[in-house]
Design a protein around this ligand. Structure first.
Ligand code: UTP
Length: 291
């Protein structure tokens, strides 16, 4: 009898140290990751996706001005007491649903926004010799099952989530070249961060979900700044190709780039249309717009 061995990935890193400049002025004093999709901040969707995948330790790489994230995952005694006194049990439950057993959340500071690769490296002391997940909260994917599916398909090395993007958008992404583009799990042979349209090896873009081998920290340690003068995670994974295999996992559900205004607006409408308590009202209103 053959058994499928599923690797247990216990830790996830949430890099939330970026400046969110595409979303100014909203993100001047508020973390981008606290922007709500309907009534839940982006970072809560990300944490729920990780928990749904069996993750037990949630590591946030934060920066100055991001304390709202820490507070969101903690008690708010004044609010909870108020709701309790008023007997608003359902509302109280929604204010408490992100509390986890003590020690589940860890925070480390990235002192300067030196790039995604640098943010991940800042969490190196919190990861032992084990694979770990990385979730970018502003890449919101319907269903909150992507990380779970990736872990199910992971055995060793590195894995990145990918999706096809319009050719014009290629210069905004890490782009991969794969050997078998017709499959949902692909062997990656080349990877380049933000290529020009002419130099892009394909239009398969990396989106914000990764399962990484801890050896990536050794590479990041010596990593030079790359595109946008930032330490790029793509460059670190790319430099391991040939030694450490890297799989591309084609995401199965719709994804929204909530770090961009248009992606954020689309996500809010799509998620509202999927909510029992909101769908008919929002649907009726949308119809009035197209009349
Ligand atoms: P983005 O490039 O989407 O985020 O990085 P950003 O830099 O905050 O946004 P813009 O481009 O200025 O609008 C993807 C993720 O990586 C994190 C971000 O917080 C985001 O979740 N990140 C990025 C860091 O944690 N540190 C960095 O130095 C850069």
């Amino acid at each position: 009898m053959s058994h499928i061995y599923i690797m247990h990935v216990k830790k996830a890193i949430f890099p939330v140290g970026g400046l969110g400049t595409r979303f100014l002025p909203a993100t001047k004093s508020m973390p981008k990751e606290m922007l709500p999709i309907v009534d839940k901040p982006l970072i809560q969707y990300a944490v729920e996706e990780a928990a749904n995948a069996g993750v037990e330790q949630f590591i946030f790489v934060t920066s100055r001005g991001k304390s709202a994230i820490e507070n969101h995952f903690d008690h708010s005694y004044e609010l909870e007491n108020n709701l309790l006194t008023k007997g608003k049990r359902k509302t109280l439950a929604s204010a408490q649903e992100m509390l986890k057993i003590p020690g589940s959340y860890a925070y480390v500071r990235q002192q300067e926004p030196a790039g995604l690769g640098h943010a991940i490296w800042c969490a190196r002391h919190l990861i032992q010799n084990e694979p770990f997940a990385v979730i970018l909260a502003d890449d919101l994917i319907f269903g909150q099952s992507t990380t779970k599916e990736m872990i199910k398909n992971y055995s060793s090395g590195n894995m990145v989530a990918v999706m096809e993007v319009d050719k014009q958008k290629v210069p905004s992404y890490g782009i991969v070249k794969v050997d078998n583009n017709n499959k949902d799990l692909m062997q990656i042979s080349e990877m380049v961060e933000k290529p020009s349209i002419e130099n892009a090896p394909s239009n398969l873009a990396i989106v914000g979900r990764y399962i990484l081998d801890h050896k990536v920290f050794d590479i990041l340690e010596k990593q030079e700044r790359g595109s946008s003068q930032e330490i790029q995670l793509t460059d670190a994974i790319s430099s391991q190709l040939g030694k450490v295999p890297c799989l591309g996992y084609r995401i199965q559900n719709e994804r929204f780039d909530c770090g961009s205004k248009i992606g954020f607006l689309q996500a809010n409408i799509s998620f509202a249309l999927n909510r029992k308590d909101l769908s008919s009202e929002i649907n009726n209103w949308l119809k009035t717009l197209t009349r």
